[in-house]
Design a protein around this ligand. Structure first.
Ligand code: SF4
Ligand code: SF4
Length: 379
Protein backbone atom coordinates (compact mmCIF):
# COMPACT_ATOMS: atom_id res chain seq x y z
CA UNK A 1 0.00 0.00 0.00
CA UNK A 2 1.52 3.36 -0.95
CA UNK A 3 2.88 5.42 1.94
CA UNK A 4 1.22 8.50 0.47
CA UNK A 5 -2.24 6.87 0.62
CA UNK A 6 -1.70 5.74 4.20
CA UNK A 7 -0.47 9.22 5.15
CA UNK A 8 -3.56 10.81 3.66
CA UNK A 9 -5.78 8.32 5.48
CA UNK A 10 -4.02 9.06 8.77
CA UNK A 11 -4.23 12.83 8.28
CA UNK A 12 -7.96 12.64 7.53
CA UNK A 13 -8.45 10.33 10.54
CA UNK A 14 -6.58 12.76 12.81
CA UNK A 15 -8.54 15.71 11.46
CA UNK A 16 -11.82 13.85 11.97
CA UNK A 17 -12.03 14.49 15.73
CA UNK A 18 -11.74 18.23 15.11
CA UNK A 19 -14.31 17.96 12.30
CA UNK A 20 -16.81 16.28 14.64
CA UNK A 21 -16.17 18.85 17.35
CA UNK A 22 -16.73 21.64 14.86
CA UNK A 23 -19.90 20.04 13.49
CA UNK A 24 -21.26 19.62 17.00
CA UNK A 25 -20.46 23.23 17.86
CA UNK A 26 -22.44 24.20 14.77
CA UNK A 27 -25.46 22.28 16.08
CA UNK A 28 -25.15 18.84 14.45
CA UNK A 29 -25.95 15.88 16.68
CA UNK A 30 -23.79 12.74 16.91
CA UNK A 31 -25.44 9.35 17.36
CA UNK A 32 -23.52 6.28 18.51
CA UNK A 33 -24.37 2.86 17.08
CA UNK A 34 -23.41 -0.61 18.32
CA UNK A 35 -24.84 -2.96 15.77
CA UNK A 36 -25.38 -3.44 12.07
CA UNK A 37 -29.12 -3.92 12.59
CA UNK A 38 -29.59 -0.22 13.43
CA UNK A 39 -30.25 1.84 10.27
CA UNK A 40 -27.76 4.70 10.30
CA UNK A 41 -29.82 6.28 7.51
CA UNK A 42 -32.25 7.55 10.15
CA UNK A 43 -29.42 9.47 11.85
CA UNK A 44 -28.08 10.74 8.51
CA UNK A 45 -31.58 11.86 7.48
CA UNK A 46 -31.71 14.00 10.64
CA UNK A 47 -28.40 15.64 9.68
CA UNK A 48 -26.65 13.81 12.54
CA UNK A 49 -23.26 12.10 12.44
CA UNK A 50 -23.49 8.31 12.93
CA UNK A 51 -20.55 6.90 14.92
CA UNK A 52 -19.72 3.18 15.26
CA UNK A 53 -19.03 2.41 18.94
CA UNK A 54 -18.33 -1.34 19.15
CA UNK A 55 -15.21 -1.73 21.30
CA UNK A 56 -12.28 -3.40 19.54
CA UNK A 57 -9.48 -2.79 22.06
CA UNK A 58 -8.35 -4.82 25.05
CA UNK A 59 -7.26 -1.95 27.32
CA UNK A 60 -10.68 -0.89 28.69
CA UNK A 61 -11.72 -4.48 29.50
CA UNK A 62 -10.19 -4.57 33.00
CA UNK A 63 -12.34 -1.59 34.04
CA UNK A 64 -15.44 -3.23 32.55
CA UNK A 65 -14.77 -6.42 34.52
CA UNK A 66 -15.19 -4.49 37.78
CA UNK A 67 -18.90 -4.36 36.92
CA UNK A 68 -19.58 -6.97 34.25
CA UNK A 69 -18.90 -10.71 34.58
CA UNK A 70 -15.48 -11.77 33.32
CA UNK A 71 -16.85 -14.65 31.24
CA UNK A 72 -18.55 -12.30 28.80
CA UNK A 73 -17.78 -11.52 25.15
CA UNK A 74 -14.77 -9.15 24.87
CA UNK A 75 -16.62 -6.95 22.39
CA UNK A 76 -19.28 -6.22 25.02
CA UNK A 77 -16.71 -5.69 27.77
CA UNK A 78 -14.56 -3.44 25.58
CA UNK A 79 -17.58 -1.35 24.55
CA UNK A 80 -18.69 -0.96 28.15
CA UNK A 81 -15.12 -0.35 29.35
CA UNK A 82 -14.74 2.60 26.99
CA UNK A 83 -17.86 4.14 28.52
CA UNK A 84 -16.90 3.67 32.18
CA UNK A 85 -13.34 4.92 31.63
CA UNK A 86 -14.49 7.74 29.34
CA UNK A 87 -11.61 6.98 26.98
CA UNK A 88 -13.46 6.84 23.67
CA UNK A 89 -13.91 10.26 22.06
CA UNK A 90 -16.69 8.91 19.85
CA UNK A 91 -18.67 7.74 22.89
CA UNK A 92 -18.12 11.16 24.46
CA UNK A 93 -19.31 12.92 21.28
CA UNK A 94 -22.50 10.85 21.09
CA UNK A 95 -25.65 12.69 22.18
CA UNK A 96 -27.57 9.45 22.26
CA UNK A 97 -26.48 5.87 21.82
CA UNK A 98 -28.45 3.22 19.99
CA UNK A 99 -28.36 -0.49 20.76
CA UNK A 100 -30.36 -3.50 19.67
CA UNK A 101 -31.62 -6.50 21.61
CA UNK A 102 -29.28 -8.85 19.76
CA UNK A 103 -27.56 -11.26 22.17
CA UNK A 104 -28.26 -11.54 25.90
CA UNK A 105 -24.94 -10.01 26.94
CA UNK A 106 -25.31 -6.93 24.78
CA UNK A 107 -28.89 -6.16 25.66
CA UNK A 108 -28.24 -6.45 29.40
CA UNK A 109 -25.06 -4.34 29.02
CA UNK A 110 -27.17 -1.58 27.44
CA UNK A 111 -29.24 -1.41 30.64
CA UNK A 112 -26.07 -0.51 32.53
CA UNK A 113 -24.78 1.74 29.77
CA UNK A 114 -27.89 3.89 30.11
CA UNK A 115 -26.48 5.05 33.46
CA UNK A 116 -23.70 6.83 31.54
CA UNK A 117 -25.49 8.14 28.45
CA UNK A 118 -28.99 8.50 27.03
CA UNK A 119 -29.62 5.14 25.40
CA UNK A 120 -32.27 3.87 23.03
CA UNK A 121 -32.52 0.12 22.50
CA UNK A 122 -34.26 -1.21 19.40
CA UNK A 123 -36.26 -4.35 20.12
CA UNK A 124 -34.92 -6.67 17.44
CA UNK A 125 -36.97 -9.74 16.49
CA UNK A 126 -35.18 -13.09 16.73
CA UNK A 127 -36.17 -14.25 13.27
CA UNK A 128 -36.71 -12.72 9.84
CA UNK A 129 -40.26 -13.90 9.14
CA UNK A 130 -41.83 -11.41 6.66
CA UNK A 131 -45.32 -12.00 8.12
CA UNK A 132 -44.59 -11.51 11.81
CA UNK A 133 -41.09 -10.15 12.46
CA UNK A 134 -41.02 -7.60 9.64
CA UNK A 135 -44.14 -5.60 10.63
CA UNK A 136 -42.91 -5.56 14.25
CA UNK A 137 -39.48 -4.32 13.12
CA UNK A 138 -41.02 -1.72 10.81
CA UNK A 139 -42.97 -0.32 13.79
CA UNK A 140 -39.83 -0.36 15.91
CA UNK A 141 -37.96 1.68 13.28
CA UNK A 142 -40.87 4.13 13.16
CA UNK A 143 -40.51 4.60 16.93
CA UNK A 144 -36.76 5.08 16.43
CA UNK A 145 -37.43 7.73 13.77
CA UNK A 146 -39.62 9.70 16.26
CA UNK A 147 -36.97 9.46 18.98
CA UNK A 148 -34.26 10.83 16.68
CA UNK A 149 -36.64 13.58 15.54
CA UNK A 150 -37.23 14.59 19.17
CA UNK A 151 -33.52 14.47 19.93
CA UNK A 152 -32.37 16.47 16.90
CA UNK A 153 -35.40 18.70 16.32
CA UNK A 154 -35.41 17.67 12.64
CA UNK A 155 -38.51 16.21 10.99
CA UNK A 156 -37.33 13.12 9.12
CA UNK A 157 -39.61 13.11 6.11
CA UNK A 158 -39.45 10.70 3.16
CA UNK A 159 -37.36 13.08 1.05
CA UNK A 160 -34.69 13.25 3.77
CA UNK A 161 -34.80 9.48 4.19
CA UNK A 162 -34.42 8.89 0.45
CA UNK A 163 -31.42 11.20 0.30
CA UNK A 164 -29.84 9.42 3.29
CA UNK A 165 -30.45 6.00 1.71
CA UNK A 166 -28.80 7.19 -1.51
CA UNK A 167 -25.76 8.52 0.37
CA UNK A 168 -25.35 5.39 2.48
CA UNK A 169 -25.82 3.18 -0.60
CA UNK A 170 -22.99 5.09 -2.29
CA UNK A 171 -20.81 4.59 0.78
CA UNK A 172 -21.58 0.86 0.92
CA UNK A 173 -20.99 0.54 -2.85
CA UNK A 174 -17.53 2.09 -2.36
CA UNK A 175 -16.83 -0.34 0.53
CA UNK A 176 -17.95 -3.26 -1.62
CA UNK A 177 -15.87 -2.15 -4.61
CA UNK A 178 -12.80 -1.92 -2.37
CA UNK A 179 -13.42 -5.35 -0.85
CA UNK A 180 -14.11 -6.82 -4.32
CA UNK A 181 -10.61 -5.90 -5.44
CA UNK A 182 -9.50 -9.08 -3.69
CA UNK A 183 -11.53 -11.23 -6.05
CA UNK A 184 -8.41 -10.90 -8.22
CA UNK A 185 -5.76 -13.61 -8.03
CA UNK A 186 -3.34 -13.01 -6.40
CA UNK A 187 -5.22 -10.72 -3.97
CA UNK A 188 -3.83 -7.18 -4.26
CA UNK A 189 -4.81 -6.03 -0.75
CA UNK A 190 -3.56 -7.65 2.46
CA UNK A 191 -6.60 -8.32 4.68
CA UNK A 192 -5.04 -6.39 7.56
CA UNK A 193 -4.68 -3.28 5.38
CA UNK A 194 -8.17 -3.66 3.98
CA UNK A 195 -9.47 -3.88 7.53
CA UNK A 196 -7.52 -0.78 8.56
CA UNK A 197 -8.97 1.30 5.71
CA UNK A 198 -12.55 0.10 6.30
CA UNK A 199 -12.25 0.63 10.06
CA UNK A 200 -10.84 4.16 9.91
CA UNK A 201 -13.23 5.32 7.20
CA UNK A 202 -16.16 4.14 9.35
CA UNK A 203 -15.56 6.98 11.83
CA UNK A 204 -15.40 9.83 9.35
CA UNK A 205 -18.01 12.53 9.88
CA UNK A 206 -17.79 13.53 6.24
CA UNK A 207 -19.17 10.58 4.28
CA UNK A 208 -17.97 12.04 0.96
CA UNK A 209 -14.37 12.01 2.22
CA UNK A 210 -14.71 8.34 3.13
CA UNK A 211 -16.24 7.46 -0.24
CA UNK A 212 -13.45 9.27 -2.10
CA UNK A 213 -10.79 7.51 0.01
CA UNK A 214 -12.22 4.06 -0.61
CA UNK A 215 -12.50 4.74 -4.35
CA UNK A 216 -8.88 5.89 -4.40
CA UNK A 217 -7.76 2.79 -2.46
CA UNK A 218 -9.61 0.49 -4.87
CA UNK A 219 -8.17 2.24 -7.89
CA UNK A 220 -4.61 2.12 -6.57
CA UNK A 221 -5.03 -1.53 -5.59
CA UNK A 222 -6.25 -2.61 -9.01
CA UNK A 223 -3.33 -0.76 -10.61
CA UNK A 224 -1.08 -2.71 -8.29
CA UNK A 225 0.54 0.34 -6.67
CA UNK A 226 -0.84 -0.36 -3.19
CA UNK A 227 0.77 -3.75 -3.37
CA UNK A 228 4.10 -2.66 -4.82
CA UNK A 229 5.94 -2.79 -1.49
CA UNK A 230 4.39 -6.09 -0.48
CA UNK A 231 4.53 -8.53 -3.42
CA UNK A 232 2.76 -11.80 -2.91
CA UNK A 233 3.30 -15.08 -4.66
CA UNK A 234 0.30 -16.63 -6.35
CA UNK A 235 0.75 -19.80 -4.29
CA UNK A 236 -0.49 -18.27 -1.03
CA UNK A 237 -3.68 -19.83 0.36
CA UNK A 238 -6.73 -17.59 0.12
CA UNK A 239 -8.63 -17.41 3.41
CA UNK A 240 -12.12 -16.13 4.02
CA UNK A 241 -12.70 -14.92 7.58
CA UNK A 242 -16.23 -15.37 8.92
CA UNK A 243 -17.84 -14.95 12.34
CA UNK A 244 -17.68 -12.09 14.82
CA UNK A 245 -16.79 -8.47 13.95
CA UNK A 246 -13.11 -7.48 14.08
CA UNK A 247 -11.43 -4.08 14.09
CA UNK A 248 -8.12 -2.43 14.88
CA UNK A 249 -7.06 -3.93 18.21
CA UNK A 250 -9.08 -7.11 17.77
CA UNK A 251 -7.44 -8.21 14.52
CA UNK A 252 -4.86 -10.64 15.90
CA UNK A 253 -6.26 -13.61 13.97
CA UNK A 254 -6.01 -11.71 10.67
CA UNK A 255 -2.39 -10.87 11.44
CA UNK A 256 -1.47 -14.42 12.46
CA UNK A 257 -2.99 -15.85 9.26
CA UNK A 258 -0.91 -13.40 7.22
CA UNK A 259 2.24 -14.08 9.24
CA UNK A 260 1.64 -17.78 8.59
CA UNK A 261 1.93 -17.22 4.83
CA UNK A 262 -1.71 -16.98 3.72
CA UNK A 263 -3.86 -14.09 2.46
CA UNK A 264 -7.07 -13.03 4.17
CA UNK A 265 -8.90 -12.17 0.96
CA UNK A 266 -12.35 -11.44 2.39
CA UNK A 267 -14.16 -10.68 5.62
CA UNK A 268 -17.67 -12.11 5.88
CA UNK A 269 -18.57 -10.28 9.06
CA UNK A 270 -19.98 -6.95 10.19
CA UNK A 271 -16.62 -5.28 9.62
CA UNK A 272 -16.65 -6.46 6.02
CA UNK A 273 -19.06 -7.95 3.55
CA UNK A 274 -22.18 -7.90 5.72
CA UNK A 275 -22.08 -4.16 5.03
CA UNK A 276 -22.00 -4.72 1.26
CA UNK A 277 -25.75 -4.34 0.74
CA UNK A 278 -27.91 -1.76 -0.95
CA UNK A 279 -31.23 -0.51 0.41
CA UNK A 280 -33.96 -0.46 -2.28
CA UNK A 281 -34.27 3.16 -3.44
CA UNK A 282 -37.63 2.66 -5.20
CA UNK A 283 -39.72 1.42 -2.28
CA UNK A 284 -41.26 3.37 0.59
CA UNK A 285 -38.07 4.31 2.49
CA UNK A 286 -39.14 2.96 5.90
CA UNK A 287 -40.32 -0.31 4.32
CA UNK A 288 -37.03 -0.61 2.45
CA UNK A 289 -34.95 0.06 5.57
CA UNK A 290 -36.94 -2.41 7.66
CA UNK A 291 -36.63 -5.16 5.04
CA UNK A 292 -32.93 -4.68 4.36
CA UNK A 293 -31.73 -4.34 7.93
CA UNK A 294 -33.83 -7.22 9.24
CA UNK A 295 -32.20 -9.41 6.57
CA UNK A 296 -28.72 -8.94 8.13
CA UNK A 297 -27.37 -12.50 8.37
CA UNK A 298 -26.14 -12.53 11.97
CA UNK A 299 -26.09 -15.56 14.27
CA UNK A 300 -28.46 -13.82 16.69
CA UNK A 301 -31.22 -14.74 14.21
CA UNK A 302 -32.76 -18.17 14.43
CA UNK A 303 -32.68 -19.56 11.82
CA UNK A 304 -29.90 -17.63 10.08
CA UNK A 305 -30.01 -19.07 6.56
CA UNK A 306 -28.81 -15.85 4.92
CA UNK A 307 -25.32 -16.45 6.31
CA UNK A 308 -24.98 -19.69 4.36
CA UNK A 309 -26.06 -17.99 1.11
CA UNK A 310 -23.55 -15.19 1.69
CA UNK A 311 -20.76 -17.64 2.56
CA UNK A 312 -21.40 -19.71 -0.56
CA UNK A 313 -21.38 -16.64 -2.79
CA UNK A 314 -18.18 -15.35 -1.18
CA UNK A 315 -16.28 -18.66 -1.22
CA UNK A 316 -16.94 -18.89 -4.96
CA UNK A 317 -16.46 -15.18 -5.75
CA UNK A 318 -13.22 -14.80 -3.81
CA UNK A 319 -11.90 -18.28 -4.78
CA UNK A 320 -11.32 -19.13 -1.10
CA UNK A 321 -9.11 -22.12 -0.30
CA UNK A 322 -10.15 -22.14 3.35
CA UNK A 323 -12.52 -20.57 5.89
CA UNK A 324 -11.57 -19.42 9.37
CA UNK A 325 -14.61 -19.00 11.61
CA UNK A 326 -13.88 -16.67 14.51
CA UNK A 327 -15.90 -16.60 17.73
CA UNK A 328 -15.34 -14.26 20.66
CA UNK A 329 -15.22 -16.08 23.96
CA UNK A 330 -18.66 -16.49 25.55
CA UNK A 331 -20.51 -15.65 22.33
CA UNK A 332 -23.04 -18.47 22.34
CA UNK A 333 -24.75 -17.69 19.04
CA UNK A 334 -21.61 -17.70 16.86
CA UNK A 335 -20.12 -20.56 18.87
CA UNK A 336 -23.10 -22.85 18.33
CA UNK A 337 -23.57 -21.79 14.70
CA UNK A 338 -19.94 -22.77 14.00
CA UNK A 339 -21.05 -26.42 13.82
CA UNK A 340 -23.59 -25.70 11.07
CA UNK A 341 -21.15 -23.45 9.19
CA UNK A 342 -18.53 -26.20 9.15
CA UNK A 343 -21.06 -28.85 8.08
CA UNK A 344 -22.41 -26.60 5.30
CA UNK A 345 -18.96 -25.77 3.92
CA UNK A 346 -17.79 -29.40 4.08
CA UNK A 347 -20.91 -30.60 2.26
CA UNK A 348 -20.97 -27.83 -0.36
CA UNK A 349 -17.26 -27.26 -1.03
CA UNK A 350 -15.55 -30.36 0.42
CA UNK A 351 -13.49 -28.04 2.59
CA UNK A 352 -13.02 -28.08 6.38
CA UNK A 353 -13.23 -24.84 8.35
CA UNK A 354 -11.06 -23.76 11.25
CA UNK A 355 -13.14 -22.61 14.20
CA UNK A 356 -11.25 -20.40 16.66
CA UNK A 357 -12.56 -19.10 19.97
CA UNK A 358 -10.53 -16.35 21.56
CA UNK A 359 -10.65 -12.89 23.14
CA UNK A 360 -8.81 -9.59 22.67
CA UNK A 361 -5.78 -10.50 24.83
CA UNK A 362 -2.49 -11.66 23.32
CA UNK A 363 -1.92 -14.56 25.74
CA UNK A 364 -3.06 -17.30 23.32
CA UNK A 365 -1.26 -15.94 20.24
CA UNK A 366 1.16 -18.87 19.95
CA UNK A 367 -1.59 -21.45 20.45
CA UNK A 368 -3.61 -19.79 17.71
CA UNK A 369 -0.54 -19.72 15.46
CA UNK A 370 -0.02 -23.48 15.86
CA UNK A 371 -3.66 -24.21 14.96
CA UNK A 372 -3.66 -21.81 12.00
CA UNK A 373 -0.41 -23.20 10.60
CA UNK A 374 -1.71 -26.77 10.93
CA UNK A 375 -4.93 -25.77 9.12
CA UNK A 376 -3.05 -24.06 6.28
CA UNK A 377 -0.88 -27.13 5.82
CA UNK A 378 -3.98 -29.29 5.57
CA UNK A 379 -5.56 -27.21 2.77
S1 SF4 B 1 -22.32 -9.58 14.79
FE1 SF4 B 1 -24.56 -9.43 14.90
S2 SF4 B 1 -24.95 -8.57 16.93
FE2 SF4 B 1 -22.78 -8.16 16.45
S3 SF4 B 1 -22.73 -6.13 15.48
FE3 SF4 B 1 -22.94 -7.62 13.85
S4 SF4 B 1 -25.15 -7.77 13.47
FE4 SF4 B 1 -24.87 -6.82 15.49
S1 SF4 C 1 -19.82 -11.28 19.31
FE1 SF4 C 1 -21.55 -12.53 20.05
S2 SF4 C 1 -21.68 -12.18 22.28
FE2 SF4 C 1 -20.37 -10.56 21.38
S3 SF4 C 1 -21.79 -8.86 21.02
FE3 SF4 C 1 -21.68 -10.03 19.10
S4 SF4 C 1 -23.36 -11.54 19.19
FE4 SF4 C 1 -23.04 -10.71 21.28
Amino acid sequence: MTPSFMNTLQQITDQNLADIEQAKAAGRAAIGFYCLYSPTEIAVAAGAIPLPLCGTRNDPIAAAEEILPRNLCPLIKSSFGFAVTDTCPFFRFSDIIVGDTTCDGKKKMFELLSRYKTTHVLQLPQNQDPATALPFWRAELERFRRIIEDRTGVIIDDARLRAAIQLMNRERAARKALMDVNRLKPAPLPGSRLLEVLFKVGFLADKEKGIALMKQAALEATKGTLHADDPKGSGRKRILLTGVPVGLGSDKVVKIIEQSGADVVALENCSGYKQAFAVDEDKDPMDALAEQYLATPCSVMSPNTGRFDLLAEMIRGFSADGVVDLTWQACHTYNIEAFSVDAFIRETFGMPTLHLETDYAESDTEQLRVRIEAYLEML
